[in-house]
Design a protein around this ligand. Structure first.
Ligand code: CA
Length: 225
């Protein structure tokens, strides 16, 4: 091999290496584009669950009993979701307490966790009954009190009133409320309700078509797995 042939070989090799590096870079940046959807699944250990435990899709509401939009969501969107997806076993549903409205939010969360501990089977009915008590007007005025929570729980015989009062007065389920607090902070929840479907946050929680679209695409992906 003479000098010029060697030089030529070196240059060709260098170009080949550069090309290869370029292709590899291109390939990896393309991969990043494909996984554009931000997915952050919620750790639901110890949280209430409605529907089939092993449902392929999980919808999580970050909500606040003191928040009017959450009451509206529970009346407008939640029943459709249950009818279309939870009843069939395709979706299960969970709820994480958010504490954006001060002491009343916290008190309601403490009570709800107590009910969940005492009888998970009546949790969702209690949940619904408590939202029903939220006044249509002047929702900023105080309405969540220990007496109100006891009164709402009274229609559920499996809930021990003394235990509930003890939990509320002594804030005995605060550790569970703190877990919820950590969750909504971790997931950067800035408004309630925030709806998360298999880790994907829905931009407008009242856009049921958008919710359906994500659920359907998750179900399709599950089928093809
Ligand atoms: Ca909780």
């Amino acid at each position: 091999m003479n000098k010029s042939t060697m030089k030529f070989t070196v240059i060709v090799t260098l170009i080949a290496i550069l090309l290869l590096a370029f292709i590899v870079t291109l390939g990896s940046s393309k991969k990043e584009d494909e996984t554009e959807v931000v997915r952050q699944e919620v750790d639901l250990s110890g949280q209430p669950l409605l529907g089939e435990e092993n449902a392929p899709v999980t919808v999580v509401e970050f909500g606040d009993f003191k928040c009017p939009s959450c009451k509206a969501w529970g009346e407008m969107i939640y029943p459709q979701l249950v009818e279309d997806y939870v009843s069939s076993g395709d979706v299960n549903f969970s709820y994480v307490n958010v504490l954006f409205h001060g002491n009343e939010s916290t008190l309601a969360a403490i009570g709800a966790e107590s009910v969940l501990n005492q009888d998970p089977k009546v949790y969702w009915d209690f949940h619904k009954a408590l939202f029903k008590e939220q006044p249509e007007e002047n929702h900023d005025s105080t309405w969540i009190t220990i007496e109100k929570l006891l009164e709402v729980a009274k229609e559920f015989p499996s809930i021990n009133q003394d235990q509930l009062r003890e939990d509320l007065e002594g804030e005995l389920t605060m550790a569970q409320v703190d877990i919820d607090k950590e969750l909504f902070m971790k997931h950067n929840v800035s408004q309630t309700p925030t709806i998360n479907i298999n880790g994907i946050t829905i931009e407008d929680p009242f856009d049921y078509d958008a919710i359906k679209e994500v659920i359907d695409s998750e179900l399709e992906a599950d089928k093809n797995e």
